[in-house]
Each structure stands twice: as structure tokens, then as C-alpha cells.
Design a protein around this ligand. Structure first.
Ligand code: BES
Ligand code: MN
Ligand code: ZN
Length: 499
């Protein structure tokens, strides 16, 4: 390769890791200038936040609210410029009974609508004690953008936020930082993020974080362990596969860890069962499960949470090649079970098979795997929920509760004994596809579960339709969502072993 091209590639690969989180501070008094965000549940709230405004400004705002017939509903906004001493007063509807997720949305709206202003303050003195934490998280999540490869005419500068009132604005800072880390990995193209560079990004993000151990299995190590399933996916690519394990144990943590395997296909072309060209570019996000499980461990470890957790990122690139697997090939997973590859495009379950077997060595309290596994799950649930599969009701319930608390919601789908019958093979112990026979998402789930220990509580989250969004919402910009980081952070912190 010519030196110039090599230098250009090196330049791209050196794209910076996630920047530190935006500063959010607390102040007792509202500033008298810049942008002021006023969350209001009703007309009477204006008097409650009134200490921030002088009487004339309050009267002007009141008239504007009436004239605009402002409805005070969650996510409604009214932007008033040049009133009193302020460049902008941004009124945001609170709704009647705001949840913590609603308060995070207020922060996200402030970031999206006013984050590029000179200075932003948000009045929270009339809100619950936890509001400062929530609006800070929402502001940071909503401020995210991925512009590593664009040269903007003028660089985007996000204003630091001042929360007017009291509370802790940094309690969830590590969550915001970890979500940005995960979003960056998912947004990065597959010429930048491949198994080895995923590992390097992870090492950089965890540099200096206490209680963390990172282990990486390369091809010879995986060969020695008999991980024929992940190796079969990786061998069609010039970028070799990796199994990346990130362990974190906090002070006072339980003895048994929660183990989080994640699908890390850095690009899914489909392999020899090649995908259609339209939309194939999206398959750079097929490592979102791995990015989310590693991101969750990043959030928990940076916050020094008293938890025991292990992320296993099963990393490979799925490419067609003379050395790639063919449909009909039979491979052997780490536990000795044989797999007939019906479709090389059902590769996520293959890499996860070996990750599930490897998880056994940690004697897990529970296993929760995340994967952009099937198109079928989006057909059932759209973009509102990820699919949840588990044979343990208590585990499913704890995951659903964590989903509700964080706004990263889950909907439970079935694992029927007949689904396992459906994936039995004529030529091997199991096959990786039923050739389009429904139900596709359950067939994928049941395949992954086959490689777990039946005595270990296990859940599978199919996040295929959640990893990237085509429409921005307050805390999730268009593009890579980071879905799963907040959900897993909450789930692991709140986890109680069941039976
Ligand atoms: N990575 C895809 C699933 C996917 C599809 C994610 C669309 C996001 C959007 C996965 O590897 C795949 O190709 N699944 C196949 C499975 C089939 C071959 C059994 C699918 O869903 O069609
Ligand atoms: Mn595929
Ligand atoms: Zn895939």
C-alpha cells in the first residue's frame, strides 16, 4: 500500500475516544442572563419558579404562555427570545406526574433545543430531590453527537449546564459516559471497528479504572479451547476474531457474577448467504450487543458500584471469502456440540454459542446475553421494545422492571419446547436456522439457550431493532442509541438472586 494511503488510514483509526462528559453544576440562584429552561407542570408553576425571575419578566412569560395556549404536556416546548435580561427562556412541559425518565427527557430537550446556546441554566428548585441527577443525565445523553468524520463549518460547542436548585448532578455521569462510549463504537464504520480495534478501544476506555480485569482470547487461544463456532464465523474475514472478557468486582460485591455475553459482529455481510445490498451498511451496528455489555461494565466500574459483573464480547467479522463457511458445513462448539450451518447469515448465534459455554467458568448467578440477532424481532415489537426471552419468570420480571425504570423497555416473547425441536438437525446436534420458518426470534433465542447450563438462570435480549434509530428523541439522537447500557446498569445494581 502507498505510504500516503497508509497515513490516511492511520489518521482515521486515531479518531478520538469518547470525550469526557459535559460538566453539569448546581447553583442556588439562577443566572440573570443567557438561556434559562423552565420546566412547568401548570400555569401555577410559574409562580413557584418565580424566585428566578423578576416580576416584569414573570408577567411577560405568563402572557406568552396564555397567548400560545401552552398545554404543559410532557415534551411540549415554547421558546421565548429576548424577554427581560435573558437571550432565551425555554419553557418545557412537565406533564402532570413526571417520572424520572420524564425528567431525563427535560434535560434531553434542553440539550437538543438550547445546547448550542452560550450558557444554559435549568430551574429545578420546584422539582423532586432526584431531579438534578435526572436532568443532568438527560442533558448529557441528549448532547451526544457523532461527528468524528465531518468537518463542520464551525465546531459544535455544547454549553455546560447549570441546574438551579439542589442535588447531585454527577451521580449518573458514568452512565452518560458509558452510553457515549457504546454509541461511538456502534456508529463507527467497520473499517475502523473490527475485533482487534474494538479490543483496543475497550482497553483505552478502562485505563486506570479499579477492580477491572481484561482478558482477550486470540485465534490460537480459541482453537485450544475448541471454540469452533466463533472461529467458523471469523475465518471468512482478514480481520481475525477475538473473545474479549471484561470483569469488574466492586468492594462488598456478591461472590457470583452476572455474566453478560454480547454479540460482536463488527460487520455482517451475511457471509456466503450474502445479504441484499440495500441497507447492508447498517450491519456495521451488528456489534451493538457487545458494545452495550462492555458499556454497562464501564458504567458500573467507573461508579465503583458494589456489583460483580463480567462482559463477554464475542467479536468477529462475517464476510464471504474462499475460506468462509458454506451453508451445510458442520462445526463444533466449545462444549463439543455440533452445529449445522444452514445459513451463514445466522452468525450471531454461532459466536454466542461459544460465549455461553465459556461463561460457565464464572459460575454465574445469572447470564443475560444481548444481540442484534434477528430481523423478526422488529416485525413483532417495532422500535418500542427489545425482545426478552427467559425461562425464569423472576429474572424476566427484574429485567422488565429495569427497562421501565430506565426507559429502555423490554417485551417478553416465548421460548417453547417445540422451538427447540424446530432447530434439531438431520446432520448435527442443532442447526442455526429453520430457513425462514417462523418464529425467527424464538428460534434464535432457543439456539443460544441450548449452549447454556440448564441450571444457570438465563435471559436473551434481542436488540436488533433498537441499536440504531432513524428518528431522534430527547435523550437519544438519531443513529447509534447505546440501548442496553442504562438497562443493564440498573438491572445489575438491583439484581436479587431468585429461584
Ligand atoms: N444481524 C442480523 C439481524 C439483523 C437484521 C439486525 C436486521 C438488525 C437489522 C442477523 O445476523 C441475521 O442476519 N439474522 C437473520 C437470521 C436468519 C438467517 C435465520 C435474519 O434475521 O434474517
Ligand atoms: Mn446475519
Ligand atoms: Zn448478524
Amino acid at each position: 500500500m502507498r505510504p500516503l494511503i497508509l497515513a490516511m488510514l492511520a489518521g482515521l483509526a486515531a479518531a478520538p475516544a469518547a470525550a469526557a462528559v459535559l460538566p453539569v453544576t448546581v447553583a442556588a440562584q439562577a443566572p440573570a442572563a443567557g438561556t434559562l429552561v423552565l420546566p412547568l407542570a401548570n400555569a401555577g408553576d410559574l409562580a413557584r419558579v418565580g424566585t428566578a425571575l423578576d416580576a416584569a419578566t414573570q408577567a411577560a412569560v405568563s402572557r406568552a404562555l396564555t397567548a400560545a395556549a401552552f398545554d404543559y404536556k410532557a415534551k411540549s416546548t415554547l421558546s421565548l427570545r429576548g424577554i427581560g435580561t435573558y437571550d432565551r427562556l425555554l419553557i418545557v412541559g412537565l406533564g402532570a406526574a413526571p417520572t424520572r425518565v420524564d425528567l431525563q427527557n427535560i434535560g434531553g430537550i434542553a440539550a437538543r433545543e438550547a445546547g448550542k446556546d452560550k450558557a444554559v441554566a435549568l430551574v429545578a428548585s420546584h422539582l423532586p430531590a432526584t431531579a438534578a441527577t435526572d436532568v443532568a443525565l438527560g442533558y448529557r445523553l441528549g448532547s451526544y453527537s457523532f461527528d468524528a468524520y465531518k468537518k463542520p463549518e464551525k465546531p459544535v460547542v455544547r454549553a455546560p449546564l447549570t441546574v438551579v436548585g439542589a442535588g447531585n448532578t454527577d451521580e449518573q455521569a458514568s452512565v452518560a459516559e458509558a452510553v457515549a462510549f457504546t454509541r461511538d463504537l456502534v456508529a463507527e464504520p467497520a473499517n475502523i471497528i473490527y475485533p482487534e480495534s474494538f479490543v483496543e478501544r475497550t482497553r483505552a476506555a478502562f485505563a486506570g479504572v479499579g477492580g477491572v480485569k481484561i482478558e482477550v482470547l486470540d485465534v490460537p487461544a480459541m482453537e485450544k479451547l475448541g471454540m469452533g463456532a466463533i472461529l467458523s464465523v471469523g475465518k471468512g474475514s482478514t480481520r481475525p476474531p477475538r473473545m474479549l472478557i471484561v470483569e469488574y468486582k466492586g468492594a462488598g460485591a456478591p461472590a457470583k457474577p452476572i455474566v453478560l455475553p454480547g454479540k460482536g459482529i463488527t460487520f455482517d455481510s451475511g457471509g456466503i448467504s450474502i445479504k441484499p445490498g440495500t441497507g447492508m451498511w447498517r450491519m456495521k451496528n451488528d456489534m451493538a450487543g457487545a458494545a452495550s455489555v462492555v458499556g454497562a461494565v464501564l458504567a458500573l466500574s467507573k461508579a465503583r458500584a458494589p456489583v460483580n459483573v463480567v462482559a463477554i464480547a464475542a467479536l468477529a467479522e462475517n464476510m464471504p471469502d474462499g475460506n468462509a463457511s458454506r451453508p451445510g458445513d458442520v462445526v463444533r462448539a466449545m462444549n463439543g456440540k455440533t452445529i449445522e450451518i444452514i445459513s451463514t447469515d445466522a452468525e450471531g448465534r454461532l459466536v454466542l454459542a461459544d460465549a455461553m459455554v465459556y461463561a460457565k467458568k464464572y459460575d454465574p448467578a445469572a447470564i443475560v446475553d444481548l444481540a442484534t440477532l434477528t430481523g423478526a424481532v422488529g416485525g413483532a415489537l417495532g422500535n418500542e421494545y427489545a425482545g426478552l426471552f427467559s425461562r425464569q419468570d423472576w429474572l424476566a420480571d427484574q429485567l422488565i422492571a429495569a427497562g421501565k425504570a430506565t426507559g429502555e423497555e423490554l417485551w417478553r416473547l416465548p421460548l417453547h419446547p417445540n422451538h427447540l425441536e424446530d432447530v434439531k438437525s438431520d446432520y448435527a446436534d442443532i442447526r442455526n436456522s429453520t430457513e425462514g420458518n417462523q418464529p425467527g426470534a424464538s428460534h434464535g433465542a432457543v439456539f443460544i439457550g441450548y449452549f447454556g447450563d440448564p441450571k444457570t438462570p438465563w435471559a436473551h435480549l434481542d436488540i436488533a431493532s433498537m441499536a440504531m434509530s432513524s428518528e431522534a428523541v430527547p435523550t437519544v439522537p438519531k443513529g447509534a442509541t447505546g440501548y442496553g447500557v442504562q438497562l443493564l446498569d440498573r438491572f445489575v445494581r438491583d439484581f436479587k438472586p431468585g429461584n
